[in-house]
Write a protein of this length. Structure first.
Length: 256
């Protein structure tokens, strides 16, 4: 299939988990993918996997909290690809802690990656896209930014910020006629290596899995590909009339 054929896509946090699935699926649908991450070894594995399967990809080291590194990545993309059509701001971190207990340093670390990183990426992408025919920016938020969680105060704050920042940026680009669409995706609990590591802490992980799955009316947890399918839609021209929106992929969690 070729739903994003001829497009160039940058995916942050693409070395593992949801980011990896997004990068692979974009490549399978015809995009040239820049696999951006701090983990060079794992990032190169993803780009090599895409290339070995006939796709186009290369690795780009990127700390999403560093404005200078975003400028450097933009220069590399311009030189190697000529343009950027798709940005997926996926990189993120989680730190458990309620408002009373979380330290300010831990709070700042989460906000820095999850919110400041999305701001820097969006700003850099708009600059690249607005004079080159437009593009699509997709910010990975979370249902935790929609409903709150007493034990994830920084994470929920950061993801709530991503949701509304996405809308503000989308309205700017629409008003200015840039041709840049910006949307967010809000996943529920997704079965990734990080979740598997959490489950491994239990002598019998099944009750914990069922506890998490029970929060989703559909009865099971989502996969990374479930999120990647949403990215493909928002990245493709099929969603040309969609901007400032949020796609909820949560098995009915927030419908309750």
């Amino acid at each position: 299939m070729a739903r994003v054929k001829g497009k160039t896509a940058l995916v942050t946090g693409a070395a593992s988990g949801i980011g990896r699935a997004i990068a692979v699926m974009l490549a399978n649908e015809g995009a040239e993918v820049i696999v951006a991450d701090l983990n060079e070894a794992m990032g190169l594995e993803v780009s090599d996997e895409i290339s070995s399967n006939g796709g186009k990809a290369f690795f780009q080291s990127l700390d999403v909290t560093d404005e200078a590194q975003w400028a450097q990545a933009a220069a590399v993309i311009t030189e190697r690809c000529g343009k950027l059509d798709i940005l997926v701001n996926n990189a993120g971190v989680t730190e458990r802690g309620n408002t009373e207990e979380i330290t300010f340093n831990d709070w700042k670390a989460v906000i820095d990656v999850n919110l400041h990183g999305v701001f820097l990426g969006t700003q850099a992408a708009i600059k690249m896209m607005k004079g080159a025919g437009g593009g699509s920016i997709i910010n990975i938020a979370s249902i935790e930014g929609m409903i709150g969680d007493a034990d994830l105060s920084a994470y929920t704050a950061s993801k709530g910020g991503v949701r509304t920042f996405t809308k503000s940026s989308a309205l700017l680009c629409a008003r200015e006629g840039y041709g840049v669409r910006i949307n967010s995706i809000n996943p529920g609990v997704i079965r990734t290596a990080l979740l598997d590591a959490h489950l491994a802490n239990f002598e019998d992980p099944e009750p914990e899995y069922q506890r998490l799955a029970s929060k989703h009316p559909i009865g099971f947890l989502g996969s990374s590909d479930d999120v990647a399918y949403g990215v493909i839609y928002l990245a493709s021209d099929e969603s040309r009339f969609v901007t400032g929106s949020e796609l909820v992929i949560d098995g009915g969690y927030t419908a309750q």
